[in-house]
Write a protein that binds this ligand. Structure first.
Ligand SMILES: Nc1ncnc2c1ncn2[C@@H]1O[C@H](COP(=O)(O)OP(=O)(O)OP(=O)(O)O)[C@@H](O)[C@H]1O
Length: 701
């Protein structure tokens, strides 16, 4: 015990140097103490004044009312409060001043110390007594003479059954297996013995009691075997459980890895080593942080579980190149602390490889698909800019090429934007006239009063404003070559007779001229109108019709050859990517939508749309969101499901009307081929179409 602690419970006397001997004697008498520290006025320790000093003063006849300071002992051993109370004992003094930093903090008398020790001894003895008495074990002790001098309560209860006292007797008289006298004599510890007392079996251990090197007695402790047996039973059950657990862990085909709550490795099963190929014998007791640091694992699920305090799964790589799916689960104790982290591990290297193989296969499939597409595309020809991707179109182009070999007049029919112009070009370029002019005339674009002079030319002075020297017409310009008369249905009825005659006679004369000129021109006519119907309704001359349609070629609308849409779209995409330096592509749903749309403006509309979305879309992949609503589901312009444009804000009516008018015209120009058709669809006259287009700056693309 520290001196400081001791001082807490004791009273110490303090005297000033000037206090008298008589005053000190009175204090000693009153406080029943023998000594006190003497201090100066500032409390600094000066010495010790004791009862002995009082006695000495009386016996020498000293003045008892004089200052005690002259009689005190100054040369004394002093102690610090942090020293042990045992230190002053044995130093032969009756009191010990305690001083800290020069100041007296108390004084300890030998008697005080003895009392403290005594109290302490009593308390310890009581505790030991209580323990011994409350023990279920039977404890008996014998003195040096071998006779019993102590029995605890359990021993008395069992051994003194008949109320017969055993104190003073020798135990081996009652229990021959125990001979305490012999132990006292020899000092040897006998082996454990088992005896039966009142139908109870006890294990008995006996020991000599030594004090220093002398045997002063012996003790025998009896333990009820029933207690041990129940412990042994419990132990057995635990052992069984452990065995089961071992068997379960070891028979698992998943790797199992167990760590404590500080991530130290406790247990690893065999499957773990087999799965990972790691030699884990050195892992036991190691911390997961170190194993990760040493590169055995890419990361540790145990550490993640300890951090997140819940089950976690990760993909872990081992130094042996395995990929593992590691799932760690925390095991909590009753206080909610993590006691263990149990990790089960599955080898997913094969899964990974399979995944890679799958990706590889997908890549190959994609490659094959592309090859297949390109194989299909090989079937897709591009004949002079005309993409031919269907059986029907193949036949049509074959026919056109065959027709190129003869000079027969060809009438190409088909909706606007189906490629009549291109087909006419093919016929020309595959004919013997290919190096001669190919003149394209849009009959609907020539005002009726100028038709004759435009087609056949005029002589100088033929009419006011006629050029000097005259001007050759398209027939003359196309001499030896091909004259392509587009929109032939728009030839005014009155002019048709003259035109027929020219075709039949193969000669014409310029306006204002008398001379007939022979021409050698291949005629190809085209129209998107139903000439037959016009003929029946008297708007087209029958004889001209039959003269033109010697060989009719009808190009089907795009909606009837939806199979070609993807090839056409791909071809336009390639074309615009190259001319705009882009690398755009379509998402598959875009092509789907294209194939479902009706394309009233046919290939012209498709081409314009592809160009528009390529230019407008910010991303490399063109998706559904880049397409106009009409293609994504709303009906086409000429369809019955057409919806009027919707406005999101208020604006002056005039502005709104003009906006809608402009949009309608723009759309019509993009999708419809001729002014007449636009006029028909929009329900206005052709001159109005031209005028409004000029007003909004809309041009044909
Ligand atoms: N099969 C095709 N392959 C590639 N482009 C095509 C094809 N068919 C049409 N086009 C393109 O569509 C647009 C319209 O074609 P073209 O002018 O030949 O049609 P058209 O039937 O003569 O139209 P219109 O009756 O309005 O004069 C052109 O840009 C043309 O290049």
């Amino acid at each position: 015990m520290k001196i400081r602690k001791f001082l807490e419970n004791s009273n110490s006397c303090l005297f000033f140097y000037e206090n008298t001997i008589r005053e000190a004697a009175a204090v000693f008498a009153e406080q029943k103490t023998d000594a006190g520290c003497v201090v100066d006025q500032s409390g600094q320790f000066l010495g010790v004044f004791t009862r002995d000093h009082v006695c000495a003063a009386i016996s020498t006849g000293a003045d008892l009312d004089g200052p005690l300071g002259g009689h005190m002992s100054c040369n004394v051993k002093i102690f610090h409060p942090d020293e042990d109370i045992a230190d002053p004992i044995g130093m032969g003094c009756s009191c010990f001043p305690v001083v800290e930093n020069g100041r007296a903090v108390g004084i300890i008398g030998v008697q005080d110390v003895a009392k403290t020790y005594h109290d302490h001894y009593k308390m310890t003895r009581n505790i030991i007594d209580a323990i011994i008495q409350s023990s279920r074990n039977l404890i008996i002790a014998a003195g040096p003479d071998g006779r019993i001098n102590f029995m605890n309560r359990s021993a008395k209860d069992v051994l003194e059954r008949n109320g017969e006292g055993l104190y003073g007797s020798r135990i081996h008289r009652l229990i021959p297996e125990i001979n305490l006298s012999e132990i006292i004599e020899t000092g040897e510890v006998p082996p454990l013995c088992k005896v039966s007392i009142s139908n109870h079996a006890y294990f008995i251990r006996s020991y000599p009691i030594w004090i220093q090197d002398k045997i002063i007695g012996a003790v025998a402790i009896f333990q009820d075997t029933a207690d041990l047996e129940s412990i042994a039973d419990e132990l057995g059950a635990v052992k069984e459980l452990n065995k089961d657990l071992d068997a379960i862990i070891e028979s698992s085909s998943d790797g199992i890895f167990v760590c404590d709550g500080d991530a130290n490795v406790l247990r690893i099963n065999r499957a773990y080593d087999e799965i990972t190929g790691l030699d884990t014998s050195g892992f036991y007791g190691k911390n997961m942080k170190k194993l990760v640091r040493d590169g055995f694992f890419s990361q540790s699920v145990t550490l993640i579980v300890l951090e997140k305090r819940q089950a976690q799964s990760i993909i872990q790589k081992t130094s042996t190149g395995k990929s593992l799916l590691a799932t760690g689960r925390p095991v909590f104790d009753e206080k909610g602390e993590i006691l263990r982290v149990v990790t089960s591990v599955r080898d997913i290297t094969e899964l990974y490889e399979l995944q890679n193989q799958l990706a590889e296969t997908q890549k190959m499939t994609e490659q094959y698909r592309r090859e297949l597409d390109s194989y299909k595309l090989r079937d897709v020809k591009n004949v002079d800019g005309l993409v031919v991707g269907s059986e029907k179109m193949h036949e049509l182009v074959d026919t056109a090429i065959r027709l190129a070999g003869v000079d027969s007049t060809v009438l190409i029919t088909g909706e606007s934007g189906t490629g009549k112009d291109l087909v006419a070009g093919i016929i020309h370029t595959h004919s013997l006239r290919k190096n001669q002019p190919f003149i394209r005339v849009n009959c609907s674009a020539i005002p009726p009063n100028l038709l004759e002079s435009e087609l056949f030319g005029y002589e100088e002075g033929a009419f006011t404003g006629a050029k000097k020297g005259g001007k050759p017409g398209y027939f003359e310009m196309a001499d030896s070559g091909t004259l392509f008369l587009d929109e032939i249905g728009d030839l005014p009825y009155d002019f048709q007779a003259k035109f027929l005659r020219v075709l039949q006679e193969c000669e014409f004369n310029r306006v204002g001229g008398a001379e007939f000129r022979k021409f050698d021109v291949r005629i190809i006519a085209a129209t998107n109108q139903d000439l037959l119907e016009m003929m029946h309704s008297g708007n087209f001359r029958e004889d001209l019709y039959y003269r033109l349609s010697v060989v009719p070629l009808n190009i089907p609308p795009l909606r009837q050859r939806a199979g070609e849409i993807k090839f056409l779209a791909a071809s336009f995409l390639k074309q615009f990517n190259s001319s705009y330096g882009m690398e755009k592509r379509f998402s598959p749903d875009v092509v789907d939508l294209f194939e479902r749309y009706r394309w009233p403006g046919n290939i012209r509309e498709l081409r314009n749309l592809v160009e528009r979305v390529m230019v407008m879309s910010p991303d490399d992949v063109i998706t559904r969101k880049d397409l106009p609503a009409s293609v994504c589901g709303a009906g086409p312009l000429d369809g019955g499901s057409r919806r009027p444009g919707s406005l999101s804000e208020l604006m002056p009516l005039k502005q709104a009307t003009q906006g809608v008018e402009k949009q309608l015209l723009q759309r019509a120009y993009e999708t419809l081929g001729t002014t007449r058709e636009i006029a028909r669809v929009l329900g206005i006259s052709a001159p109005s179409v031209v005028r409004k287009a000029a007003k909004y700056g809309i041009k044909r693309t």
